[in-house]
Structure formats: C-alpha cells, structure tokens
Design a protein around this ligand. Structure first.
Ligand SMILES: Nc1nc2c(ncn2[C@@H]2O[C@H](COP(=O)(O)OP(=O)(O)OP(=O)(O)O)[C@@H](O)[C@H]2O)c(=O)[nH]1
Ligand SMILES: [Mg+2]
Length: 214
C-alpha cells in the first residue's frame, strides 16, 4: 500500500475545489474513494459540505434553488479521496424535464462510478422523504450502495419536532439495509457534523472491496 495512505489522517478542512463536470467523461479518473452528496434542490447539500469541511466558501450555496448545476469535485488530503456535490433535483417548473436530465447524467455517474463508496442523501428535516428521496433510497438499496441520510436544517425546528421527524424517517426506512447512518444535522448550528465526519471517514478509509473491483 502507498505509505502516504497509511500515514496521513483524513482531514476535512483540507478540502479544495478540484473540478466541475457536466458529463461522466469530464470527471476525475475513476480511482480511489469518493462520497457524493445528493438531494433535492435547496435541501442544503452545498451548505452541509461547507460545514463538514469548515470552509464556508468551498461549495456555492444559494437561496435560489438550482445553484449547483454541475458535478463538483473536492479533493481531500489523501491520495484520490474526494467529496462530490451533485446538482439538486426538482428546481424550476420544468421538473419533469429536470427529472429526465438528472436521471440521464447523474444516473450514469451513480451507476458507472466505481470509486463511489457511498451516497449522502441530504433532506430538509421539515420535508423528508420526497418522491425523489425515496427513489434514491430504492436505487441505493437495489444497487447495494451504502447510504447516509442527513436530515438537515434541524435548527429550523424545536427539538421535539425534529426528533419526531427523525423517528418517522427511521420507521419508514427500517427495512432498508443500505441506510447505514441517519443523522440529525444543521449546517447552521453544526449539529451532527462530527458524527457525519466520522461516518465519511469510515467510508473513505475502508479498504477497497477487491471482490467487486474487477
Ligand atoms: N437554517 C438553515 N438554513 C440552511 C441550512 N442548510 C442550508 N440552508 C439554507 O438553505 C438554502 C439552500 O442551501 P444550499 O446548500 O445552497 O442547497 P443545495 O441543496 O446545495 O441546493 P442546490 O445547489 O440548488 O441543489 C440556503 O439559503 C442555505 O443558507 C441549515 O442547516 N439551516
Ligand atoms: Mg448546491
């Protein structure tokens, strides 16, 4: 094994913008380990990434849904370790077209990206498990892709209501083996950020599954 990989501990505030891609062939070489953030437009994906990396300027956030239209790659301080900000689904009135577009481009990324270790599904804790979210969960379940759910914007709810929403999500997903982590999160208050970093580290540092890598 590369000695660098064993010596350097993963640090999220080392994250740097690497490249934007609109198609699979523009993505960085498919090697190493990658975790991608998906979710409805405006759910808080880019904000979550910024909080996790302690860098408010890393991923662009916006009140206008649909800010992130490309697949944005961020490198970490370890050979070929990356975080990926995916475009959101469901902005604008052309949601049907968007859905088709999303499925075409990002579907291809999800299906073909071999270095993808897991998916972080970001959902607004006040509006969890939209149709899109459920489609993503089913997709991960079907394709054996580990899933982490961040129920974000928890700062917008009183704790009791936030907890009720979490219990509802847990109940709805109890039969889904792909769901490895369900985390109450807030990019604003930092709630859940350490738990999320730990889970990401476990995914990114796990040895490659030799059997599934032909
Ligand atoms: N109060 C609060 N607001 C948040 C939180 N996370 C995100 N927001 C706000 O929600 C809006 C959307 O956040 P983004 O991070 O840009 O959302 P996104 O999922 O990346 O959106 P797209 O790029 O359009 O797909 C912004 O106005 C953020 O400031 C949070 O945890 N708490
Ligand atoms: Mg974004």
């Amino acid at each position: 094994m590369d000695p660098d990989l064993t010596q350097k501990s993963l640090s999220f505030n080392s994250a740097r913008f690497l490249i934007s891609a609109s198609r699979l062939d523009e993505c960085p070489t498919d090697a190493g380990a990658e975790v991608a953030f998906a979710g409805r437009s405006n759910a808080g994906k880019s904000s979550a990434l910024n909080t996790i990396t302690a860098n408010g300027k890393l991923a662009r956030t916006s009140k206008t849904p649909g800010r992130t239209r490309l697949i944005n790659f961020f490198s970490l301080n370890r050979d070929n370790c990356r975080l990926v900000d995916l475009p959101g689904y469901g902005y604008a009135r052309v949601s049907r077209d968007m859905k088709d577009d999303w499925q075409q481009h990002l579907g291809q990324y999800l299906i073909e990206r071999r270095c993808l270790r897991g998916l972080v599904l970001v959902m607004d804790i006040r509006h969890p498990l939209t149709d899109f979210d459920q489609m993503m969960v089913e997709w991960c379940e079907h394709n054996d892709l580990p899933l982490m759910i961040l129920a974000t914007k928890a700062d917008k709810l009183k704790y009791g209501k936030a907890k009720t929403s979490m219990l509802g999500i847990a109940k709805a997903l109890k039969d889904h083996r792909c769901v490895q982590h369900l985390i109450m999160f807030s990019a604003t208050s930092g709630r859940g950020v350490e738990e999320c970093r730990q889970a990401l580290t476990d995914w990114l540092e796990a040895p490659e599954d030799v059997d599934s890598a032909e």
